[in-house]
Design a protein around this ligand. Sequence first.
Ligand code: SAH
Length: 277
Amino acid sequence: MNIDALDLPAFRPGWVWLVGAGPGDPALLTVGALHALQTADVVVHDALVDDRILVLANADSELIYAGKRGGKPSPRQPDISARLVALARQGKCVLRLKGGDPFLFGRGGEEALALVAADIPFRIVPGVTAAVGGLAYAGIPMTHRATATAVTFVTGHNLSGKVPDDLDWPSLAAGAQVLIFYMALKHIDEIVGRLIGAGRSPDTPAALVAHATTDAQQVVETTLAAAKQAAKSVTPPALFVVGEVVRLRDGLDWLGAISGRVLTADPLGHGDLRDAV
Ligand code: SAH
């Protein structure tokens, strides 16, 4: 069946679609995102959007890069928003393509509000965020019955590039069973220090998941105390995961299993499940 049969919304001239491209693997693209790529006149994309996704854009569309390149600073956010508005006013079908999900640490809200201010009609197409895609490919569930009933997404740095100060670190350290930090590599030392300082055990299992869902994916299992050292072996983009759920990887690293890793059915030592199945 062709996706045309789905009667997806038409991309109208003068509209901007803010679309999530997922963490990397094109298999994680939504049908809505693929449809947008096939019908957009112009695609304004970030550095985090994988090349294997950009090639899915229709041959007549113009690709505009709006991220950091060669150490140069990225375009200012107001400039990107102004560009989206200008392209829409030219009557183009404008696809603003962002890594992961546009509304999770993606400034999608800011860009959409700029569209509202300029009276530009828009649509949001969510994407698989890096934590969801990355942990699935790392074999680490975000929640697990009796081990983790809550998960918290945190940004490792705020607008001014610093570890957020307006966060209640003691509550995070004590209350959030699973913490997933985005943009954490630069300040990993400070993040770890704050969590341990607020009472989280230095032995808490942790993992770094870098270049998740791409061929360059790298997963390093560590502990809170050893995370700074472990972080030296990965490059951005990376997620920093803290919580007991990391131990489940011994049983769930399905990608590793494809290349020969032997999985254990009882990674938490809760008793042999084989009797139960
Ligand atoms: N809107 C995006 C997040 C953008 S912030 C989303 O929903 O995923 C950029 C941060 O996302 C990076 O610093 C990193 O922490 C994370 N990230 C994005 N893609 C990633 C990937 N393929 N692997 C690991 N982390 C990734």
